[in-house]
Design a protein around this ligand. Structure first.
Ligand code: CAA
Length: 416
């Protein structure tokens, strides 16, 4: 079912601000933060001061209420300069969405205004060493003790860990339940027993920390249970990922565009056989294909983000899980392809770290893995298609049915 892609003036304005911040604070020092594997606090402060963390926070809680399309456009602009900084920004939305989609009024009032103001950074603790794609297979527990929960265990791949002040932690609260096993609980930095342990040494997105978070009998009040009803955690996680995946997809579009822009500039400058390589047909063809894929990815990302905004506003839009998964899967595959082709255009220089393009290549790979591998996205898409196939029953009549006479007398005719 087609739907509108609705750009608000606010989204245009916020994307413009993000572009300026990316040019001034992100791109110039991107190589430095990548090399040092350090967080760019100066750029994050500029983002906070410009009110960009308010993009994904509803108006009632001090945000712009600008929606997922605006979030995608801001993320895209930041990621164009540095994909790692793109996720350093967008992961705050991922960590906040459990509160936005499932939090009580008190929880929203308590945390969302601080997040929007950029006073508190957020992280999302779902994955564990032995539970990544199978997000129901968690082992971190939260056990009731009077007015508190006591959390024990460890989480893996916590993006923004250490930088973040607020952690949405998914825990097993009812090990015997199949469908209501998991709950999401907020843990604040500094809570006794909560520690950031291993800080990962990564191939890409090196400006944003990815860590292990450890919970050693961490006591948190029951008022931190998101939604105040135990057992809703898996639903909140899935809804969060539906909202957040267009953000990763937008990061991918930004990364692809950033790599393409550099490759275009370089191909006009670099000469072989007496002319710029951009005038050789094979390079020109590569550039054109990179541009086509990037633009197609952008359209799909905007479509998915708009569908979520339309749904949130109470309108009619197609299945958002499927569209979000399509956008995430396609855009991130495109980012990897475009970054690979950009390295090819730079030739030997593309392989060297003193040129900017190797970083785009290293940064792109994780996009196909985190917030649900692209294999998981394809599974989500296909499951939905198969489920909806009953809408296509009228096409049955146009597909001939083959039959085969069995050579074994006692077997019935087989059909396919
Ligand atoms: N919205 C609401 N509810 C949903 C839903 C959705 N999109 N998808 C599923 N559910 C509900 C189902 O309706 C079902 O509910 P009931 O039990 O009441 O019937 C329940 O959830 C279970 O659904 P499934 O049977 O489909 O669940 P599953 O175990 O087969 O798993 C999955 C589904 C899609 C594979 C899921 O496990 C998944 O998304 N896995 C990937 C997880 C992921 O993306 N991890 C990355 C974390 S973030 C990160 O990368 C780090 C970072 O910091 C950037």
């Amino acid at each position: 079912m087609p739907h509108d892609i609705r750009f608000s003036e606010k989204a245009d304005e916020l994307a413009g601000i993000a572009r300026e911040i990316a040019d001034k604070y992100v791109r110039p020092d991107s190589a430095k933060y990548d090399r040092l594997q350090e967080y760019n606090y100066e750029a994050a402060q500029a983002v906070a001061k410009a009110g960009l963390f308010k993009t994904f926070i509803p108006k009632e809680y001090g945000g712009h209420g600008a929606g997922i399309l605006a979030l995608a456009r801001v993320t895209e602009e930041l990621a164009k300069a540095d994909s790692g900084f793109g996720v350093a920004f967008a992961v705050n939305a991922l960590g906040s969405f459990p509160i936005v989609v499932g939090g009580t009024e008190e929880q929203k009032k308590k945390w969302l205004p601080q997040i929007g103001a950029g006073e508190k950074f957020v992280a999302f603790c779902l994955s564990e060493k032995f539970a990544g794609s199978d997000a129901q297979g968690l082992s971190v527990t939260a056990v009731e003790d009077g007015d508190d929960y006591i959390i024990s265990g460890e989480k893996k791949w916590t993006t923004n860990g250490g930088v973040a002040d607020i952690y949405s932690v998914f825990c097993v609260t009812d090990p015997n339940s199949k469908s209501r096993r998991i709950s999401a609980i907020i843990v604040e930095k500094g809570t006794p027993g909560f520690e950031v342990k291993k800080i990962e040494d990564k191939m890409g997105i090196r400006t944003v920390p990815v860590v292990e978070t450890h919970f050693d009998n961490v006591r948190v009040p029951k008022s931190n249970l998101i939604g105040s009803r135990p057992g809703m955690g898996f639903k909140h996680a899935m809804e969060t990922l539906d909202f957040a995946r267009p953000g990763v997809a937008a990061q991918a579009v930004g990364a692809a565009q950033g790599a393409l822009d550099l490759a275009t500039v370089y191909s006009n400058r670099r000469k072989t056989f007496g002319k710029p390589i951009s005038s050789h047909q094979m390079v020109a063809g590569l550039l054109a294909d990179m541009a086509i894929k990037t633009e197609a990815a952008r359209a799909l990302v905007y479509s998915a983000a708009s569908a979520i905004d339309i749904r949130t506003a109470g309108g009619v839009a197609p299945n958002v899980s499927k569209l979000a998964a399509m956008a995430k899967c396609y855009a991130t595959d495109v980012a990897m392809e475009v970054a690979t082709d950009a390295v090819q255009i730079f030739g030997g220089y593309g392989f060297m770290e003193d040129y900017p393009i190797a970083k785009f290549f290293r940064d792109a790979k994780i996009l196909q893995i985190y917030e649900g591998t692209n294999q998981i996205q394809r599974m989500v898409i296909a499951r939905k298609m198969v489920k909806d196939a009953s809408d296509l029953e009228h096409l049955e009549q146009y597909i001939p049915t083959e039959s085969q006479v069995s050579y074994k007398k006692d077997e019935a005719l087989q059909e396919n």
